[in-house]
Design a binder for this molecule. Sequence first.
Ligand code: MN
Length: 227
Amino acid sequence: MSYAFPPAPVIAIPAMSSNPFPVRHIYCVGRNYATHAREMGSDPEREAPFFFMKSAQAILPNQSVMPYPPATADLQPEVELVVALQTGGRNIAEDRADDRIFGYAVGLDMTRRDLQKVAKEHGRPWDMSKSFDGAAPISAITPEFYTGIINRGKIELKVNGEVRQSADLGDMIWRVPQIISALSRLVELHPGDLIFTGTPAGVGPVVSGDQIEATVAGLEPLLITIG
Ligand code: MN
């Protein structure tokens, strides 16, 4: 089959002891740690976490320099555990969700916070604040075969060596199986889908030259420099 112009190449992430992981969709959970929900002015007791998306084109490999993006003066990284799916489905039961997991990675949900504030104030979509070039830096994926199910462990973000965010994955409001199950009741999930599972408290701006180190216990650290 030929096309009007060459189709875009598959976007893939390195995976430990495996062929690269081809990315299909990127889903993200909002307000999944009570501490972060409060710092953003929400009441986590009353509000269920919700989903938004990033384009797969936003993937940025580990150890990249991320050019400071246009149209913002308030770029903020959010460290998140990323779940990578090897099989999909609809209406997945929580106790069958783990079967879908290929592995885990460390991701940064890069956010143009000033654009997000305007979107929130006017009830507009978040896309331009969350999905832009380089907005999804991600480490290599570690297969679940090596990690087992990850539901505890330290998650941390350092900027220029200084700790900004530090929490435990056990602090998540929705656990990974609940997230997969809930999302699969909204959309059909597919092999290659990534789910960013939310960030703890401590978010703040980064500027050109900053070195970001994002870590989750047991996974490859994610190192990004802001250009
Ligand atoms: Mn986030």
